[in-house]
Design a binder for this molecule. Structure first.
Ligand SMILES: [Zn+2]
Length: 468
């Protein structure tokens, strides 16, 4: 029995692993590569395996770097099942439809330029029809349910506490003496994230494939970050200003609402009008409301009562474009949470155009800003930026608050590993080399773990671990 590391080996995106039991082939994750100069051609490239030879697909969660190439897999001939947690199967619709729309508008823009130059036009990576075909293949499961994926492959999902529906995979593969327990961590969340449960421990494995995104770092305590948000609101109130929060539609937007609801009275937020201005985030809000059973007990209790953060009396969920535009007419006392999180598109752009030149505007960044994005320019302190072709002087105060990560830091990852009683050998993925080297030494030192850093394309035989 073998596993081949086709993606996220030495980088953070493009997760893709192939489990070959000898009888069947199971693809774990089919993620998109994000960032980097060759991103486009890498995503469009041939799959390094026979697509029609895949018997089943399993995905850990709905982020695009884990599911983004599924429609391409289907477009190229895959017709088998795609197994995932129920909420992930629903989130996949939101994420993949958005990815297809982005690919389409991006291709249309590039094709206009190509036509002007007399060049051939290109096709998008995939379209909404490919997405619809892909969504039909999804099979949603509950956490802890035993799923018969194939005659020689059984699956059990454990809550990974990363985003709604995120799971670690416990896979029993092979028959008789050759049977092995393989665990894919997926992305592991930090403990104490609001709304979500903490990552669930797993006790034994023959082989562990584990993420290492922040394997060499420690996060700032969440409480410090939240206190900093409070100070920003205090200043903005004194200056009669506005607060703009560029945020990712999945997870971050909902978490920000949670903190606003939690501190409504001490941050004197009742006097503010709060807008969640992102059609995609609204679809995710509906998803949360359908899956309150996955929440931690605190959040589940709040959803029943008046403290439901999605039902604050002064919160408006904005879906129509004209309502989004109308927010600009309000002079002060306004909080806008809008996408995209890195300001490389979405409604946050028109809010920035109307407000970033004002001294009493506060812009709060809470997530990673990739090179080349408008968000990165702003956090780097650009004096002028260009939005919709217009040069805008930046006089707003730009704040970068760390500490709201959806990933566990080195302590969290090491603690999660520590729950395995038999200390299985571990292959670190989903991290840049510096991060996975950092986690590797920590796991070796504290837990005596046997740690491997697989190279892209590397194939390893699934070992039999000592029992715990
Ligand atoms: Zn993720």
């Amino acid at each position: 029995m073998q596993i081949t590391f086709h993606g996220a080996a030495g980088e953070v995106t493009g997760s893709c692993f192939l489990l070959d039991t000898g009888r069947h082939r199971v693809l774990i994750e089919c993620g998109m590569m994000q960032g980097g100069r060759n991103e486009k051609s890498r995503n469009a490239a041939r799959f390094p395996f026979d697509v029609r030879g895949i018997d089943a697909v399993i995905v850990t969660h709905g982020h695009i770097d884990h599911i983004g190439r599924l429609p391409l897999l289907v477009k190229r001939g895959y017709r088998g099942p795609i197994h995932a947690q129920r909420a992930t199967a629903e989130l996949a619709r939101v994420m993949l439809e958005d990815a297809a729309s982005l690919a389409l508008s991006d291709t249309e823009r590039r094709n206009r330029a190509r036509q002007r130059r007399g060049q051939r036009t290109e096709q998008p990576l995939y379209d909404l029809d490919d997405v619809a075909e892909t969504l039909r293949l999804f099979q949603g499961h509950d956490y802890d349910e035993i799923v018969a994926v194939l005659p020689d492959v059984e699956l059990r999902l454990h809550d990974a506490g990363h985003i709604l529906g995120a799971a670690s995979l416990e896979i029993l593969a092979g028959e008789g003496d050759a049977r092995r327990r393989i665990v894919f961590s997926g992305d592991i969340g930090p403990r104490g994230t609001p709304i979500l449960r903490d990552p669930q421990p797993i006790e034994s494995a023959d082989m562990l494939i584990m993420e290492s995104t922040y394997g060499d770092r420690l996060h700032r305590p969440r409480a410090d970050t939240v206190a900093e948000m409070g100070e920003i609101f205090q200043r903005a109130r004194a200056e009669k200003g506005k607060v703009l929060i560029p945020a990712f539609a999945v997870g971050r937007s909902q978490e920000i609402l949670w903190w606003l609801a939690e501190h409504r009275s001490d941050w004197k937020l009742d006097a503010w009008r709060i807008f969640l201005d992102s059609p995609m985030a609204l679809r995710v809000v509906e998803l949360y409301n359908r899956h309150t059973g996955l929440f931690d007990p605190d959040a589940r209790a709040r959803w029943q009562g008046p403290d439901n953060p999605f039902r604050m009396p002064n919160l408006r969920l904005v879906s129509r474009n004209e309502d989004s535009m109308a927010i600009n007419k309000l002079a002060s006392g306004v909080v806008v949470i809008a996408g995209s999180g890195m300001c490389n598109g979405g409604r946050i752009l028109h809010h920035l155009r109307h407000n970033a030149w004002k001294e009493n505007t506060h812009i709060i960044f809470s997530g990673y800003q990739a090179e080349g994005t408008l968000g990165r320019q702003l956090v780097d302190g650009a004096e002028y930026v260009t939005i919709f072709g217009e040069r805008i002087r930046i006089r707003a105060r730009v704040h970068t608050i760390g500490g709201l990560s959806a990933h566990a830091d080195q302590n969290g990852l090491a603690e999660w590993y520590g729950h395995f009683r038999n200390r299985p050998p571990v292959w670190l993925v989903h991290g840049e080399d510096k991060a996975r080297r950092g986690l590797a030494s920590r796991l070796r030192e504290f837990h005596g773990a046997e740690v491997h850093l697989p190279a892209p394309g590397e194939t390893v035989s699934v070992p039999r671990a000592r029992s715990g």
